[in-house]
Design a protein around this ligand. Structure first.
Ligand SMILES: [Zn+2]
Length: 114
């Protein structure tokens, strides 16, 4: 299953890879042309046969209480931006707020803080 076309290369599609980081299962949404020497950490070294390095970690925005679903990625790839709901916890109080996120060639996604 692929979620859409890679925004940063010609023929790549974004596929879902199952990863485990520090004992936690997490999805890596990666371009089919992207391959790393190790894929089990935050830092990557691209393999020689990789022609693209685009990827989005499912938990890239987890510090804002947001995990990126398949649907989120599909919409983000299609529209270049997506409105998501973040959660902040201050003094034990939960506060939801909306932000727009966009594609980022290096980080996968970035937040528009305005
Ligand atoms: Zn690509």
């Amino acid at each position: 299953m692929t979620l859409g076309k890679c925004p940063y290369c010609n023929c790549g599609m974004i596929e879902i890879r199952d990863k485990e980081i520090q004992g936690k299962k997490v999805k890596l949404y990666a371009c089919t042309n992207a391959h790393w020497k190790t894929e089990d950490g935050e830092l990557f070294e691209l393999r020689e046969d990789a022609s693209c390095g685009f990827r989005i970690w499912q938990n890239a925005l987890s510090r804002y209480g947001k995990w990126l679903s398949f649907k989120d990625i599909r919409e983000l790839l299609e529209n270049q931006s997506l409105e998501v709901e973040f959660l902040s916890k201050k003094y034990g109080k939960k506060n939801y707020y909306s932000k727009n996120i966009i594609l980022h060639p290096e980080y996968g996604v970035s937040v528009l803080w305005e």
